[in-house]
Design a protein around this ligand. Structure first.
Ligand SMILES: Cc1ncc(COP(=O)(O)O)c(C=O)c1O
Length: 375
């Protein structure tokens, strides 16, 4: 260490003492460097195999000459376009640095010590991490058959509960709940609770009984906040832009917790341009459905039946007591998957649908592991 003056633990907020920050998937370059591998494929972070839409790349090129300027802090054009797309008011659209940024702002806006959130588990860790950061308590409810158990979520609601999260489809299991299950949930959920429906993978889902929470619950007057992102099918994860649709008072409270310029000018321009490309979106959805079916077959062939039905761009498979050795063995063969300790599933991995070639490379790696196992 450099000899800087020490700071004791008590200097920091007490809610941080036991907090474990989100552990991102391993970057390709790091694995190449550490293991001296030339070809490494990353199927670890649900990014999807395609880059930004061509329209977004053009918008980025055009925006780059103006990067000496601060972004529009209010993100006027993007918010207006999203309001129009969803048929809601401008004041009902909250932007953030990714859906993750929106979850952080929401937690800051709503939660304080003594408050509670409820979410399923294993699930997306930010719900829990940001609640704890705000000093609140997270009640995590076990999944049933790898799916959110909406009745059990309701049973975990207490007078202190402010937010109930439904990750839909659930990361990491890839499963969804039906419209009928949500309808029954909304009949019972207490009025004072805000239900957050995280639809980060919305665009991938093709099942007819998968509800569009903006159309079917927000607009029907349910007390919900619906999350969407440009990180997944739109291929903009590196830029950090996502949004939530909810009541104007909620959006305005979130605006108070947001940093003034947290959605960059590039992100705004690329997201806006991406909204003009419905046919590319459709193409990606179809390619993903095929890739997911192929990946499912590959996993089954190798004795790793994935949880399902999986409806997004990733699969979840249980590999033993502790998924780390499996993860590391695949890593040495140049395939990065995601071990799920931080998501509450230490014996499972999550594998993102890649290109047909990446899927084949994963299959080869799994075959080599099986050979290594028996020899
Ligand atoms: C369920 C879920 N919600 C939110 C996010 C955050 O996405 P973003 O990149 O928009 O912050 C993710 C990302 O993996 C996710 O899986």
């Amino acid at each position: 260490m450099s000899g800087f003056a020490e700071l004791s633990d008590s200097f920091f907020r007490s809610s941080l003492a036991d907090l474990r920050p989100y552990e991102p998937g391993k970057p390709v370059e790091e694995v190449q460097r550490e293991l001296g591998l030339e070809r490494v494929i990353k199927l670890a972070s649900n990014e999807g195999p395609f880059g930004p839409f061509p329209e977004a790349l053009q918008a980025l090129a055009a925006a780059s000459g103006e990067l000496n300027r601060y972004p529009d802090g209010g993100a006027y054009r993007l918010r207006a376009a999203l309001a129009e797309k969803h048929g809601v008011a401008f004041e009902e659209v909250a932007l953030g640095a990714g859906a993750d940024g929106v979850i952080d702002c929401l937690s800051q806006a709503v939660l304080e010590a003594g408050d509670e959130i409820v979410c399923g588990w294993p699930s997306f860790p930010s719900y829990v991490i940001y609640a704890r950061k705000a000093g609140a308590t997270a009640r995590t409810v076990p999944l049933r058959d790898h799916r959110y158990d909406l009745d059990a979520l309701l049973d975990a609601v207490t007078p202190q509960t402010k937010l109930v999260y439904v990750c839909h489809p659930n990361n990491p299991t890839g499963t969804m709940n039906t419209r009928a299950e949500f309808d029954a949930f909304f009949e019972r959920v207490p009025e004072r609770v805000l239900t957050v429906i995280d639809q980060a993978y919305f665009e991938y889902v093709e099942q007819p009984d998968y509800p569009d929470a903006i159309e079917e619950y927000a607009k029907a007057g349910r007390r919900v906040f619906v999350l969407r992102t440009f990180s997944k099918i739109y291929g903009l994860a590196g830029l950090r832009v996502g949004y939530g649709i909810g009541a104007a008072a909620l959006v305005s409270a979130l605006g108070k917790t947001r940093r003034a310029f947290d959605v960059t000018a590039d992100a705004q321009a690329a997201a806006l341009a991406s909204l003009d490309a419905p046919s590319e979106l459709e193409r990606r959805r179809a390619v993903n459905a095929e890739g997911r079916a192929a990946l499912e077959r590959t996993l089954r062939e190798h004795g790793l039946p994935p949880a399902g039905p999986a409806v997004a761009n990733f699969l979840y498979a249980e590999v033993g007591e502790d998924a780390r050795p499996f993860f590391e063995a695949l890593l040495r063969l140049g395939v990065i998957v995601r071990p799920l300790h931080g998501f509450g599933a230490p014996g499972a991995v999550r594998i993102t649908v890649g290109t047909p070639e990446e899927n084949a490379l994963l299959g080869e790696a799994l075959s080599r592991l099986a050979v290594a196992d028996v020899s």
